[in-house]
Design a protein around this ligand. Structure first.
Ligand SMILES: [Zn+2]
Length: 142
């Protein structure tokens, strides 16, 4: 088994073990270029990633809401080897208004990224047809 085949195999195993209806729906909507998560209808908490119950008040009454498509770069790092992505990859924390800080892939030249810069959402289609979210400096050409 080569490394790419091993990654695919173990990713599938992990997804089948950890996967849940909320994550399935999140990735289904990403494929449709929707960036959404769940909001608790009791306390208003918007959670990311989506979960079956609210992490604040433990209510199971949740609704899908659109997430902001722009945010602020809170922190970032570069890793030489990354699961599912080509190396080197930039991974960061992006502050989304009303949501909090989310972990995401950052598209951009590491040396040109700056803490607190505005970033915007972009959809990244992977070789296997799945779609993930990433953020890039706002207003920059693709
Ligand atoms: Zn709640």
């Amino acid at each position: 088994m080569d490394i790419q085949e091993a990654i695919r195999t173990y990713t599938r195993k992990a997804v089948s073990y950890y996967g849940d209806a909320q994550n399935d729906e999140f990735f289904r909507r990403l494929k449709q270029k929707e960036f959404v998560s769940l909001r608790c209808t009791r306390c208003g908490k918007v959670m990311f990633p989506p979960r079956p119950v609210c992490p604040e008040c433990h209510s199971g009454k949740l609704e899908w809401v659109d997430l902001p498509r722009t945010g602020t770069l809170y922190a970032f790092t570069q890793q030489e080897k990354a699961f599912r992505f080509s190396a080197p990859d930039v991974i960061g924390l992006v502050e989304l208004e009303g949501v909090g800080r989310i972990t995401t892939k950052i598209k951009g030249n590491f040396e040109q990224l700056v803490i607190d810069m505005r970033v915007e959402l972009e959809f990244l289609e992977l070789d296997d047809g799945s779609v993930v979210h990433q953020f890039r400096p706002a207003g920059q050409k693709k």
